[in-house]
Design a protein. Structure first.
Length: 266
């Protein structure tokens, strides 16, 4: 039963990605769009903790009751792709869902072809984006959201007062090129699963709106794996999450030791 509901609207902004630091990185994986950035693949516990605390709490625009903390699904997640738009991206979108399912098994993610899903993935052309927002959320919310964030793609996350996600709806633009499509698709699915916020200071995540990534990075996979660890519970406060994260990160073997500090010269 849902006692209180909250709706989060989350956007990808159309901004170019910035330069990455030059060490400890690998090329973008095969299948990424041409020009996709390289990625860092090994992180310290502090880097993972900082990213998790920044991205698993808060959001661009909250409507309704304030969620009490962590938001996540507490049951297997069924995703349904709703085809649309002038470019056929269904097969590509299906592969992205499969990518998430494989990379984060604890999501217990599956694609369904019919029935009520937990995550609606709606593929649309950009020119229909605002109308789709109005149809989904009403004119007032859509207008407020567009004014505040100038979105390119978006996700709404409806959760119960105790932090369990009830349903997510994601709109992904299909007709503005591979980079926009892949960036939106990977970025918005992170939101749909409960990483609701952005961090424009974080050089590793797809949820930095100054970057276009377009694949599931090792970093974001780690954050999602942390979120779906059983020790991280729906509704958990930032303080409680901070307390259990060292055990979660160690238990999952996600972190490397921080590099030894270089000695100062003579
Ligand atoms: Zn976003």
């Amino acid at each position: 039963m849902i006692r209180t509901a909250s709706l989060l609207l989350l956007a990808v902004l159309a901004v170019p990605h910035g330069a990455l630091a030059a060490s400890g990185r690998e090329a973008a994986p095969e299948g990424a769009f041409p020009g996709a950035p390289a990625q860092y693949t090994r992180f310290t516990a502090a880097e993972l903790t900082r990213g998790f605390l920044a991205l698993a709490f808060g959001s661009d625009l909250r409507i309704g009751a304030k969620p009490s903390g962590i938001r996540k699904f507490d049951h297997p997640v069924r995703v349904r792709i709703y085809p649309g738009g002038s470019v056929d991206r269904v097969a590509a979108m299906r592969r992205i869902v499969e990518d998430y399912a494989r990379a984060v098994p604890t999501l217990r993610l599956s694609a369904v072809e019919s029935g009520e899903p937990d995550v609606e993935l709606r593929l649309i052309d950009e020119k229909h984006f605002r109308a789709a927002l109005v149809a989904a959320f009403g004119a007032k919310i859509a207008r407020t959201f567009v004014q505040r964030t100038n979105p390119q793609c978006m996700t709404s996350v409806q959760s119960s007062g105790d932090g369990r996600i009830v349903r997510s709806v994601t709109f992904v633009i299909v007709d503005k090129g591979d980079d926009v499509f892949f960036d939106c698709a990977y970025h918005e699915l992170l939101h749909a699963f409960g990483l609701s916020n952005h961090d424009q200071q974080n050089p590793f995540t797809t949820l930095n709106q100054r970057r276009m990534v377009g694949y599931l990075s090792v970093y974001d996979r780690a954050l999602l794996t942390m979120l779906y660890d059983p020790r991280i519970a729906p509704g958990m406060t930032p303080a409680r999450a901070r307390a259990v994260l060292p055990e979660v990160i160690a238990g999952l073997g996600l972190a490397i030791q921080p590099p030894a500090r270089k000695r100062q010269g003579r």
